[in-house]
Ligand binder design. Structure first.
Ligand SMILES: [Zn+2]
Length: 452
């Protein structure tokens, strides 16, 4: 096996992750890069982690080197306020001034030990003396948050190329060490040429499904008939890219490897499934226009749909896990009152989830659009009141909405308690309470019943 660096021919030996650690990769191969070039590609791997941060956080995918989830910054487009999201919790970035009255200000400060001290120091550095009068811990309900990231761009494509070239070196060492590889490597390393990787919305659909629910797939191969060495990358079975590493008119035998990677795996060997073939599976033809596939997918909405589908899948995954862990706690509780308490505590601690259920109901009802139906109008008004935002309030919600969330939370706990009593609370039902029809029904019924 060649042990030289595929970039410069120097001695390879750095323990390079074949799939980047910042994206959940576990395996290393010491025969691909030297230390310098492994390091040189670090920013590109980081770029990919940044672009995929929201999906990774939602799915709980950790950087396997740092053993942490990468924090993603989200923005409330209405207020411009920023939040850090770690996959579970949102915390505001910095201090939000809510009201000013002479020398007195009301401000929302992140509930972290250092946040208030930092705020005081900043103010004092500007010559203000700060006296804390009072404070309380309160839940803040952000509006619809958005991420600034959008996937792709020249850097993103290069990063995809880098991931694929590393797999080529892992699976077909000789092909990756060939002199013809120089142009592709120059592209991924420096990017000072036209992109050699493109979005592919027409990727073959007749391949075996990914071995993992949120698996990535990297296919590398040699196609002797077409005379190309090619690669494909599919992230989360949703974002697809293709590339030709180089033309190889002298290639004698076709071969390919399908690598499915599970970024959620915590140990080897559960992280990787490989299928080796002596044919060129999912071979690639270079399109005349490398951006044509993306352009047409953006035009007809398929690009947007891929992201939306992935978001929905990751939300469902999160809900499934949340339901399973709640159910486990309920089952562990000794008797019915203890089970009821468990459910009550859950909903009291999850007001954002209650608000989401009410917002979901409102959206669904609004979608029916029956403006001449008095009953429909009443429903819409009640639910709008129950979810109304008020940026001047510490909570970000009106007092009425906050009260409605309390009522809905109690009702949700009651309905789940009833389901426990009648032995009707399984995994599916729990998921439906947490984020589906059962929860929306219980929450909105209670809010409507309490409405004036
Ligand atoms: Zn090197």
């Amino acid at each position: 096996m060649a042990k030289s660096c595929i970039v410069g021919g120097g001695r390879a030996g750095s323990a390079e992750h074949i799939f980047p650690a910042c994206l959940g990769g576990l395996r290393v191969n010491k025969h691909i890069y030297c230390g310098n070039h492994n390091h040189a590609y670090g920013d590109l791997a980081g770029n990919l982690a940044f672009q995929l941060a929201l999906y990774n956080a939602r799915l709980g995918i950790k950087n396997t080197r740092k053993k942490k989830i990468k924090i993603v910054e989200l923005t409330d487009p209405e207020t411009g306020a920023k939040y850090n999201f770690d996959g579970e919790n949102l915390s505001p970035v910095g201090v939000r001034i809510i009201a000013k009255d002479g020398e007195q200000i009301t401000a929302a400060v992140p509930n972290e030990p250092d946040a208030i001290r930092r705020f005081i120091e900043e103010q004092e550095a500007q010559g203000f003396k700060v006296d804390i009068k009072s404070g309380q811990v309160q839940t803040y309900y952000p509006g619809t948050l958005r991420t600034q990231q959008s996937f792709g761009g020249p850097e993103g494509l290069r990063a995809i190329g880098y991931v694929a070239q590393t797999f080529l070196a892992h699976c077909f060492s000789d092909a990756a060490h060939a002199a013809s590889m120089a142009q592709f490597i120059d592209y991924t390393l420096h990017g000072n040429c036209e992109p050699l990787v493109w979005w592919d919305f027409e990727a073959p659909t007749d391949l075996p499904p990914n071995a993992f629910e949120f698996g990535h797939r990297i296919i590398v191969g040699i196609d002797a008939d077409r005379g190309v060495v090619y690669g494909r990358v599919s992230l989360f079975s949703a974002l697809d890219f293709a590339m030709i590493f180089y033309d190889a008119p002298d290639a004698i035998a076709s071969a390919s490897v399908i690598n499915d990677i599970d970024p959620l795996a915590s140990d080897m060997p559960d992280d990787l499934r490989q299928i080796r073939e002596s044919s060129a599976i999912a071979s690639v033809i270079r399109p005349e226009n490398l951006t044509a596939s993306l352009a047409s997918a953006v035009r007809d909405g398929r690009a947007q749909q891929r992201h939306a589908d992935l978001m929905r899948r990751s939300e469902e995954y999160q809900r499934r896990n949340d339901a399973a862990s709640l159910l486990e706690k309920i089952q562990a509780a000794a008797d019915f009152p203890a089970k009821q308490r468990t459910v009550r505590e859950f909903w009291d601690a999850e007001p954002q989830r209650v608000l989401n259920l009410l917002n979901g109901t409102l959206k669904g009802i609004k979608g029916l659009n029956r403006p001449h139906d008095l009953g429909w109008l009443h429903l819409v008004r009640c639910l709008e009141r129950a979810t109304q935002r008020d940026e001047t309030a510490p909570s970000g919600l009106t007092a009425g909405a906050q009260a409605a969330i309390g009522i809905a939370a109690a009702a949700l706990a009651g309905a789940m308690g009833e389901a426990i009593r009648t032995n009707a609370l399984g995994q599916h039902e729990t998921e439906m309470f947490l984020g589906g029809g059962l929860g929306m029904h219980a929450a909105s019924e209670a809010v409507l019943a309490a409405a004036p």
